[in-house]
Design a protein around this ligand. Structure first.
Ligand SMILES: [Zn+2]
Length: 1178
């Protein structure tokens, strides 16, 4: 007797389709009536339906008979209207696939960790303290040891000060010395050799005089005469090693937050100045990253040439740095012929110093050289930089070795977008491409190192240390440089497929080698596809893929060395741990994305970050194409029209959005653009371009671009010109149009349009306006150049190439004549934006909406999904009243198999759930949705047969997600039964991979501490990264406040086992729970400083947390809460977070507006429907 649903008995789920047309028509009739009341002539439709529906309506109105309980579990009525649904709200924004998509697109940047230097100690994840200069596994430090260490450090410091003083007095002009850092701009001091690559700090006493180091000639490795030889056995690096004082590394100076007015919550961030006049040609980098001491020592030689293409004036050489100290600077003239002849080198005089805020290092050469426009130099220097623990720059992370049970450290890098400057001084911008010869010094405790290119040579460096030299890279930007030092193992694929080029290998911890097969299979499918599509062979001889234990990104496309978080690469094949279809699709897509970057991004790179969307959009769009090729059964191009549109339109809907290309001037700007606008909108715009010029022209243009700009940079105008050429050549693009004309309106304006459709006699009249939340705004005059495609009953086009254009400069309307013919029937359909190839929504006149509703089942699959999604979102912004989307939602009742329609419903439904969840109308809404969802759940249930298709598996999970979310008790009870079965035998999980997300969350929401602790134990013991993510999300589903609070506290406790990469995920799981939301807000407000310190006060984790708080905020006092939080952040100097709060406030404003304008009308419509069909609300 599940909730007393009306006439459940007549719905024979063994063949639901026999019954469903009756129901669908019955639903349609009263809705039509309500529309008629608004004055639209619909009598013909109503009459038609009335007779058809007579029998159905009669049976629908009959009270539930005893047999109606056939589909319900015993005792279900007691449960149906109660609280168990609560926990599911936590899944609204955290359905697993969406999560991974979000992680892929949101990044952890710009942390400035405050806990790295602990006075010679290091805290590991389990809270133990280790000495810096011990072996990686470390020793517990006793108090005595601490005292001795401190004493040694103090003595060394005093000695260093004395030496520095001595050097300063002897060799430097005092005015040239920069406080707290070692500059070396005097020839005498420059020549003072300091052993750099071993841990002899810049503060250390200088070693016995050695020969003056010879600057490294171009194309060779660094001066091995002084650095490549092992230290004499008497030299024990361990005893000499000292941790540099924090003050030695210049920290960038930020503007004091107290200067700001109280009203201003805009972050002030550091400008990204572009310095012209010089270009790097070749970097020779020797670096010794040290996880134990959290520093890298290194030396660097950059071959530089004067570049007068931008400026002809005499400019200083400006290197980007971030917390890097520099010493031993030398500048040598390098004429092309003599560069490798050290005997003919000519040292040049110069001044050098750190620039403003210590974010640059500036070298001024003598003005006399200004006459030489062809000047080439070798700039050599030594440096000390930080090894961070905030997943950026060169960073360290650790994992437990399953054999020794000890913590093992590893070094990884993340230089994109602007963190190469944290690792070594460089020209850190994408258009400054150069060759890189990289050498890494590692302790023999680490068995391997990797970099972009294959290893050319390994040699003993000094006792206990090995130097690995790598082949010189092709020309590439700094953000693609990468290296790894670790004890990871390879999966032996390169050895097995010895003949195949490029060599592909996957590296991971020994435990996970068995989880790499799927990834390897995908790489081998995608590479030939790309080589064929692009018409360009993969350029590098090898590609290593590495799973990094803690990784802020989903993955990073470093050329030849792609890094991943575990869950983005590893797919367990063991049945117990098997991944869901969603997860496998995610892994395949992220691999396809990163491989596409090897061409687009790496081989050809956008000039500046304002065109980031081009490389990201291309990689995303190509990943869809590659996946369609490799897995046609995924129907992945359909997914693009729901998933990418959802991601993009959600972020592009109000005034806080930005144009996809905007003037990137600051560090905040460059980090901010890594958002769904760049990725998803970029994907959609490229897909739209593909449809405008056709497949052939698009592919030819891509090939041309890659050939013409290989190893170089391009901007969007280059792409537009090539696309225009091929579009004209293929005859797909009208000769009077250029791609630039079309695309400028999409690139330079924020937001997206709604095309309003009106029938006027036999003509079609189209108008455009901006889609804007919280409500349409006639004052906004944004206009776009819109490709128009449409079909009618009489006209089926069969392709996506536009037949008409709404030109942005056109006046109010576009009239397409004679579309409907004479005496057209209002029931004839018209629908626009075929296959959703254009980035816009379509709003029809009422006649057209009704015709579409009436003929819904015969419309193309994507059009049906599009109509439902558009209708829900048009109502959200008051373009439509809610009766329209509600009637389209009812189609789900019939379309139990239409997985695309169900996917399309998800974003709009989630918005309604979030905004109704804490309102009285939720009861009616839930009843209505249970009514709609029930047939599909009865059809699919929670039992997953073997050998189902990928789409069916995904669809079953989605249906279950809605059924349990709307508290359909057959779903919630089945979920709990399965979960308890697992609890009885934790070693054997009976839950099928695709249903884990729903079943875990439901069971934790319905359960209490035993379920929660069981899940947490499983989190700690499972070896599957995707399983860990499932459980992390589920832990936020509990409805027990104390558990939610405990969970939040665990996110800032390193011993909890929750990685920093997952902090935002865990927080979101709680914040998106209707009960957890306020607990999450309290936690954030009370611990903001601690959270900022733990995760770094950068842009990502905290901002993600704040964003997820807004889900349930729809009242004025919520806005005040956020303003108070902003004030706290301002006091703490967390300016990037203030910016996230600004965005959050705008979101809350939208919610408040919706509540005051749309809530009541939606409530009335829902009550009307529930009453009409006598749907029991319990
Ligand atoms: Zn990318």
């Amino acid at each position: 007797m599940e909730g007393g649903y009306v006439n459940e008995a007549i719905i024979s789920y063994s063949n639901p389709k026999l019954q469903i047309p009756l129901m669908a028509s019955a639903v349609y009739a009263p809705t039509t009536t309500s529309i008629s009341a608004a004055g639209t002539p619909t009598s013909a439709t109503a009459a038609t339906n009335a007779s058809k529906n007579a029998s159905a309506s009669a049976s629908l109105s009959s009270p539930p008979g005893p047999s109606s309980s056939a589909g319900s579990a015993p005792g279900s009525s007691a449960h149906a209207g109660g609280g168990p649904l609560q926990g599911f709200v936590a899944k609204l924004r955290s359905f697993r696939f969406d999560d991974t998509k979000n992680i892929r697109k949101r990044f952890h940047f710009d942390y400035i960790s405050k806990d790295r230097f602990l006075g010679g100690q290091l805290k590991t994840k389990n809270g133990q303290k280790y000495v810096f200069n011990g072996p990686p596994s470390g020793f517990y430090v006793s108090k005595a040891c601490l005292i001795i260490s401190a004493f040694v450090a103090v003595v060394a410091l005093l000695f260093t000060i004395a030496i520095t003083y001595f050097v300063t007095r002897q060799g430097l002009n005092p005015k040239e010395v920069t406080p707290n850092c070692i500059t070396a701009d005097h020839p005498d001091v420059n020549a003072t050799p300091i052993q750099t690559a071993g841990w002899v700090s810049l503060n250390s006493p200088p070693p016995a005089p050695l020969a003056t180091p010879t600057p490294t000639p171009t194309g060779t490795t660094l001066a091995t005469s002084t650095r490549g030889e092992p230290l004499p056995s008497s030299a024990k690096p361990e005893t000499k090693m000292l941790v540099p004082q924090v003050g030695d590394i210049p920290v960038e100076v930020e503007e004091s937050s107290t200067n700001k007015s109280n009203q201003s919550t805009k972050p002030t961030s550091r400008p990204l100045k572009l310095y012209e006049g010089w270009r790097p040609l070749h970097y020779s980098l020797l670096i010794e990253p040290n996880a134990e001491k959290s520093v890298s020592n290194g030396s660097l030689t950059i071959e530089i040439e004067r570049d007068v293409s931008e400026v002809t004036s005499w400019e200083p050489i400006v290197l980007d740095v971030h917390n890097v100290s520099i010493s031993n600077v030398r500048v040598i003239r390098a004429t092309p012929d003599k560069a490798i002849n050290a005997t003919e080198e000519q040292e040049l005089d110069f001044d050098s110093d750190y620039g403003d805020d210590n974010t640059t290092f500036v070298i001024n050469l003598e003005k006399a050289l200004a006459e030489e426009s062809q000047l080439k130099l070798l700039l050599s220097l030594d440096f000390v930089s930080q090894v961070t623990d905030t997943l950026q720059g060169v960073y360290k992370t650790s994992y437990t070795n399953p054999d020794t049970k000890k913590e093992e450290w590893m070094i990884s890098t993340q230089f994109s977008p602007i963190d190469a400057r944290r690792a070594f001084p460089c020209f850190d911008r994408p258009d400054m491409k150069a060759n890189f010869s990289i050498s890494i010094v590692r302790s023999t405790m680490y068995k391997m190192s990797l970099s972009n290119m294959p290893k050319s040579h390994s040699s003993s460096y000094r006792r206990g240390y090995v130097r690995d030299d790598f082949v010189t890279t092709p020309k590439m930007p700094t953000y693609l440089v990468a290296f790894i030092v670790s004890n990871m193992v390879d999966s032996q694929y390169a050895a097995l497929d010895r003949e195949i080029s490029p060599r592909v290998e996957i590296w991971t911890r020994p435990t996970f080698v068995g989880m790499t097969h799927y990834a390897y299979k995908m790489v081998r499918k995608f590479l030939p596809y790309y080589e064929d599509y692009f018409g360009v062979k993969n350029k590098l001889p090898k590609i290593d893929l590495v799973s990094v234990p803690d990784f802020g990104f989903g993955a990073m496309e470093n050329w030849g060395l792609i890094t991943f978080r575990d869950s983005a690469l590893l797919v367990p094949e063991d049945l117990e741990l098997a991944s869901s279809s969603e997860h496998m699709q995610y892994v395949a897509q992220i691999i396809a994305h990163e491989l596409a970057h090897q061409w687009f991004g790496n081989l050809v790179t956008p000039k500046w970050w304002d065109d980031l969307w081009l490389k990201e959009g291309f990689a995303c769009y190509m990943s869809y194409k590659a996946l369609e090729h490799a897995h046609p059964e995924f129907q992945i191009m359909d997914t693009l029209t729901t998933l990418e549109f959802k991601e993009s339109m959600e972020h592009d809907a109000d005034n806080t959005t930005h144009a996809i290309s905007f003037d990137v001037q600051t560090t905040s700007d460059v980090r901010r653009i890594f958002d769904p606008i760049s990725y998803s909108k970029g994907t959609i715009l490229l897909s739209m371009l593909n449809s405008i010029v056709g497949d052939e022209a698009f592919r030819s243009a891509t090939r041309d671009l890659l050939k013409r700009f290989a190893y170089d940079n391009m901007d969007r105008d280059d792409l537009w010109a090539i696309l225009t050429h091929h579009g004209h050549e293929q005859g797909t693009l009208p000769m009077d149009l250029s791609v630039k004309q079309i695309m400028d309106s999409w690139i330079t304006q924020p937001g997206y349009p709604v095309v309003n459709v009106e029938r006027r006699g036999s003509d079609l009249v189209l108008r455009q306006e901006r889609y804007l939340l919280p409500s349409r705004n006639p004052e906004d005059h944004s206009r776009w150049f819109i490709p128009i495609t449409f079909e009618t009953d009489a006209l089926r086009k069969g392709d996506n190439i536009p037949s008409h254009w709404m030109r942005s400069q056109d006046d109010e309307e576009l009239v397409v004549s004679n579309v409907f013919g004479q005496g057209s029937n209002p029931e004839n359909v018209i629908y626009l934006n075929l296959n959703r190839q254009g980035y816009y929504r379509v709003n029809y006149d009422m006649t057209s909406w009704l015709a579409l509703k009436k003929n819904f089942s015969s419309l193309p699959r994507i059009t049906r999904a599009q109509l439902l999604d558009d209708a829900l979102h048009l109502s959200q912004a008051e373009y439509l009243t809610y009766d329209i989307p509600l009637t389209f939602l009812m189609e789900l009742f019939d379309a139990v198999d239409d997985e695309l329609l169900w996917s399309a419903a998800k974003p709009g439904l989630n918005y309604l759930i979030n905004n109704l969840k804490r309102e009285p109308a939720f009861e009616t809404f839930r009843a209505f949705m249970k009514f709609i969802v029930r047939p599909a759940f009865e059809h699919y249930g929670l039992n997953e047969p073997d050998n189902e298709s990928h789409l069916q598996l995904k669809h079953r999970a989605l249906v279950a997600y809605f059924a349990c979310k709307f508290n359909y008790d057959r779903c919630t009870q089945s979920a709990q039964i399965k979960f308890r079965e697992w609890m009885r035998n934790p070693k054997k999980n009976p839950i099928k991979p695709n249903l884990k997300s729903v079943i875990y969350c439901t069971s934790l929401a319905e359960g209490s501490s035993p379920e929660w602790y069981f899940a947490y134990r499983q989190y700690k013991t499972t070896t599957s990264a995707s399983e860990k993510e499932e459980i992390l999300t589920s832990l936020g589903c509990t409805t027990k406040p104390w558990l939610l609070s405990k969970y939040l506290n665990m996110t800032i406790n390193p011993t909890s086992g929750i990685l920093k990469q997952d902090g935002a995920l865990a927080f979101r799981a709680v914040a998106s729970n209707a009960i957890g939301h306020e607990i999450a807000f309290d936690f954030l407000q009370g611990n903001i400083k601690e959270i900022a310190d733990y995760y770094g006060d950068g842009f990502s984790t905290l901002s993600e947390m704040i964003k997820s708080l807004t889900i349930y905020m729809n009242k004025d006092y919520h806005k005040h809460q956020l303003l108070e939080l902003a004030a706290t952040c301002r006091k703490l100097g967390l300016r990037a977070v203030e910016s996230a709060i600004d965005l959050a406030i705008e979101q809350v404003n939208n919610n408040i507006y919706w509540r005051s304008h749309s809530y009541h009308s939606l409530k009335n419509f829902l009550e009307g429907i529930v009453s009409e069909f006598q749907i029991n609300i319990f």
